[in-house]
Design a protein around this ligand. Structure first.
Ligand SMILES: Nc1ncnc2c1ncn2[C@@H]1O[C@H](COP(=O)(O)OP(=O)(O)O)[C@@H](O)[C@H]1O
Ligand SMILES: [Mg+2]
Length: 370
C-alpha cells in the first residue's frame, strides 16, 4: 500500500507553473528524493505534501486518507498529518541546552518526565551526541548541531519525515558523514523519508527511489541505479553521474534486424540493442550516451586516442581522451598518470550504452557496442 499518493498535483504561482501535473506514489518506509536543478519545484512539492502549501489542482493521500483535494475542498492542516520536518536552516533554540531542544516538543505534548528522559537519551544515543546533552548550541560544531536538529525532529516519532536540503550548510566532509548517518537512521526508525536535494550524488547514495524534476515536470521516478543506467532522456542522463556522461552525436543506419551502424567523423561502431524493438532509418540523428567508466583503456582496444589531460585523485583518475578531435571523458580506477599527448587504445566493452533520439532527446535503446 502506498503511504503517500499525489494525483495530478499542479501548483501555480500566478501564471508561473511550479509543479506540473505530478502523479507519484511513495511506499511505506521508502527514502524518496526529490531531485533537480534549482527552481524545478522540489521544495514546493515537499511543502504541498506536508500541508504548508496549497496545491492549485489535484489530490494528496497519506495512509489512504485524503489530506488534500481541490475538487472535494479538503485541506487537512500540517499538524494533523503526522509528519516531521527538517529544513535547511535548522535553527536550534540558542538559549536551550541540547536536552531541552530535543525534549521541548514532548513536554508540549505533556509526556511524563521519566518517559521524556528515556526518549531523549535514546535519540541522543542514536545520533551519537549523548555526551553533549547539557551543552548549548553555540558550544557545538555544525555537524553536532545538525544531529540535535534531527533528534528534535524525530522526538515525536513522525511516521513521515520531510527534509529539505538538510546538509547543504555543512562542509564536504561533514556532509559525507551525515549521509551515512541519515541512511542508518532511515533503517533504524523505519520511517518514510521524503528528501529534497539538488545534489545528484546525495540522491544517488541515499535514496530507494529518485523523483527527478525539471521545470516542474516529472522526468523519471525510479531507483537510483535504474536512473543511472536507463535514463529516460538526455536531461536525466546528464544530470546524474560525475563526471558527466559522454554524449556523442552520431548518425544511425539499421543494417540488419538487431544491428545499427553508428557513425560520425571520428567513429564507426556497431550497436546491438538489448531488446530489438527499434528500427533506425538511414541518416537518423542520434545521441550515443557513454558513461566515463564504460570506456576502457586497453591494449586490445580497436580505437586510437591521444591523452588530452589526466586528473589523478588517488582512488581514481579522470582521463580526457582525444579521438581525432572528439573529446571524451573516461575514468580509470587508481592513480594512473598518463603523459599528455601519449597514444592509447580504447574499447567499449560495457553492457549499457544508451541511445537517444537527437530530436526528442528521449531514450530509445540501451545496448552493446562493437
Ligand atoms: N511563494 C512563491 N511565490 C511565487 N513563486 C514561487 C513561490 N515559491 C516558489 N516559487 C517559484 O516556483 C518555482 C519552484 O520553486 P521551488 O519549489 O522552491 O524550487 P526548488 O526547491 O526546486 O529550488 C520557482 O520558479 C520559484 O521561483
Ligand atoms: Mg528548494
Amino acid at each position: 500500500m502506498p503511504q503517500i499518493r499525489l494525483n495530478n498535483i499542479t501548483k501555480r504561482f500566478g501564471k508561473a507553473i511550479a509543479v506540473d501535473d505530478l502523479t507519484i506514489e511513495i511506499g511505506d518506509g521508502e527514502f524518496v528524493t526529490l531531485l533537480g536543478p534549482s527552481g524545478c519545484g522540489k521544495t514546493t512539492t515537499l511543502r504541498m505534501i506536508a500541508g504548508l502549501e496549497t496545491p492549485t489542482d489535484g489530490d494528496i493521500y497519506i495512509d489512504d486518507v485524503c489530506v488534500f483535494s481541490s475538487e472535494k475542498g479538503i485541506d487537512i492542516s500540517p499538524d494533523k498529518r503526522n509528519v516531521g520536518f527538517l529544513f535547511q536552516n535548522y535553527a536550534l533554540w540558542p538559549h536551550m541546552t541540547v536536552y531541552k531542544n530535543v525534549s521541548f516538543g514532548l513536554e508540549n505534548m505533556k509526556w511524563d518526565k521519566n518517559r521524556i528522559k528515556e526518549r531523549v537519551f535514546e535519540l541522543l544515543a542514536m545520533l551519537r551526541i549523548e555526551e553533549y546533552s547539557e551543552r548549548y548550541p553555540s558550544e557545538l560544531s555544525g555537524g553536532q548541531q545538525q544531529r540535535v536538529a534531527i533528534a528534535r525532529t524525530l522526538s515525536t516519532g513522525p511516521k513521515i519525515l520531510f527534509m529539505d536540503e538538510p546538509l547543504s550548510n555543512l562542509d564536504a566532509k561533514l556532509r559525507m558523514e551525515m549521509r551515512t548517518e541519515l541512511k542508518r537512521l532511515h533503517l533504524e526508525t523505519g520511517s518514510t523519508f521524503v528528501y529534497v536535494t539538488h545534489d545528484q550524488l546525495e540522491a544517488m547514495t541515499l535514496s530507494t527511489k529518485i523523483c527527478l524534476l525539471k521545470e516542474g515536470l516529472l522526468q523519471q521516478y525510479e531507483p537510483p541505479l535504474d536512473i543511472y543506467r536507463y535514463p529516460a532522456n538526455y536531461f536525466v542522463a546528464d544530470f546524474v553521474g560525475s563526471p558527466n556522461i559522454n554524449i556523442i552525436e552520431m548518425e544511425g543506419e539499421q543494417i540488419n534486424l538487431d544491428e545499427i551502424k553508428l557513425t560520425n567523423n571520428q567513429l564507426s561502431l556497431l550497436y546491438t540493442p538489448n531488446s530489438s524493438s527499434i528500427t533506425i532509418p538511414k541518416g537518423k540523428k542520434l545521441l550515443l550516451g557513454v558513461r566515463p567508466e564504460d570506456i576502457e583503456i586497453c591494449d586490445e582496444g580497436t580505437i586510437e586516442a591521444a591523452i588530452y589531460s589526466t586528473l589523478p585523485s588517488g582512488m581514481e583518475t579522470i582521463v580526457k581522451l582525444d579521438i581525432a578531435g572528439l573529446l571524451v571523458t573516461c575514468v580509470v580506477f587508481g592513480g594512473v598518470d598518463f603523459p599528455i599527448g601519449s597514444r592509447v587504445k580504447i574499447a567499449f566493452n560495457a553492457k549499457n550504452y544508451v541511445l537517444f533520439d537527437r530530436e526528442s532527446e528521449r531514450n530509445i535503446a540501451s545496448g552493446t557496442l562493437s
